[in-house]
Design a protein around this ligand. Structure first.
Ligand code: NDP
Length: 243
C-alpha cells in the first residue's frame, strides 16, 4: 500500500481543465477523490473514468459561491472516506478587460468565485483539519498575480488575495497541523479563456503556447506527496516559452 492509498482529497472545479486533470492524476496514484463543480454531467464523466480504472471517486454538485456547498463537499469526504487530507481549492473564472470599462458584474463574479469561493473552502475544511491534527490546503492562483499586465487587474487581484490569505494562514498555523500551497500556473490549455471576450486572442495564445493541465496536476501531486513536515509553499509552472 502506497501513502497515496490513505489520502482523501477534495477538489473544486473538477469538471474540466486543471481540476479534472488533478482528479485523474491523484486517483490514478491511489487517492480517494471527492469532486465538486456545478456541471454534474461533466463530473459524472470524470468519476466514471476514475472508477473504470479501479479508482475511488465521489461527485458533488458544488457552487463555490455558496458556503453550504463547500460544507457538503467536505462532509461527503469525511462520511464516505473517513477523513479529509487535502482540499484543492481550484475553481476559478477569468474575465479580462481594462478597469475603465467598469464591468462590475464580472468583477463580482471573479471576487465571488476566485476569492470568496476559496474562503468558503477554508471555512469548511479548517475545522476538520484541526480535529484531525493535520491537513493541507492547495490553491491554484496564477502567474497573472506575479507579472502584472493590463486588462487582468481584478483577476490578478483575486489571485493575489488568495496568495496573501494562504501565507497568513501558514504563519498562523506553525503548530504543524496545516500545510498550505499556492500553485501559480502560467498559460494552461483549458476552457478558462472560452469566456474571455477579446475576439479569440486569448484562445489563440493559449492554443499556441499553453501547456497541458496534466503538468499542473503533477505539480499538485508533488506538493501533496511530501512528508507531513515538509511544505511546498509556492510553485510556478509555466510554458518554457512564456514571457
Ligand atoms: P476551466 O475553465 O477548465 O476550469 C474551471 C473550473 O472551475 C471548472 O471545473 C468550473 O466548473 C469551475 N467553476 C467555475 N465557477 C464555479 C463555481 N461558481 N462553483 C464551482 N465551480 C466553479 O479552467 P482551468 O482548469 O484553467 O482553471 C482552474 C483554475 O486554474 C482556476 O482557478 C484558474 O483561475 C486557474 N488558472 C488557470 C490558468 C490557465 O492558463 N488555464 C492559469 C493560471 C491559473 P463548473 O463550470 O462545472 O462549475
Amino acid at each position: 500500500m502506497s501513502t497515496w492509498d490513505s489520502k482523501v482529497v477534495a477538489i473544486t472545479g473538477a469538471s474540466s481543465g486543471i481540476g479534472e486533470a488533478t482528479a485523474l492524476e491523484l486517483a490514478g496514484r491511489g487517492a480517494a477523490v471527492v469532486l465538486g463543480a456545478r456541471r454534474t454531467d461533466r463530473l459524472a464523466e470524470v468519476v466514471a473514468r476514475i472508477r473504470a480504472d479501479g479508482g475511488r471517486a465521489e461527485p458533488a454538485e458544488v457552487d463555490v459561491t455558496r458556503r453550504a456547498d463547500l460544507e457538503r463537499l467536505v462532509a461527503l469526504a469525511v462520511d464516505r472516506f473517513g477523513r479529509l487530507d487535502v482540499l484543492v481549492a481550484n475553481a476559478g473564472v477569468a474575465r479580462i478587460a481594462p478597469v475603465a470599462e467598469l464591468d462590475v458584474a464580472d468583477w463580482d463574479t471573479m471576487i465571488d468565485v476566485n476569492l470568496r469561493g476559496v474562503l468558503h473552502g477554508i471555512a469548511a475544511a479548517l475545522p476538520v483539519f484541526r480535529r484531525q491534527g493535520r491537513g493541507h490546503l492547495v490553491t491554484t492562483v496564477s502567474t497573472s498575480g506575479l507579472k502584472i499586465v493590463p486588462t487582468q487587474a481584478v483577476y490578478a487581484g483575486t489571485k493575489n488575495a488568495v496568495r496573501t490569505l494562504l501565507e497568513a494562514l501558514r504563519q498562523e498555523s506553525t503548530d504543524g497541523s496545516l500545510r498550505t500551497t499556492s500553485i501559480s500556473p502560467g498559460f494552461v490549455r483549458t476552457e478558462l479563456v472560452d469566456h474571455v471576450e477579446d475576439g479569440g486572442q486569448a484562445q489563440q495564445a493559449m492554443a499556441a503556447l499553453g501547456i497541458g493541465p496534466d503538468a499542473v496536476a503533477r505539480a499538485i501531486a508533488f506538493a501533496i506527496e511530501q512528508p507531513d513536515d515538509v511544505e511546498i509553499g509556492d510553485l510556478t509552472i509555466r510554458p518554457t516559452r512564456q514571457g
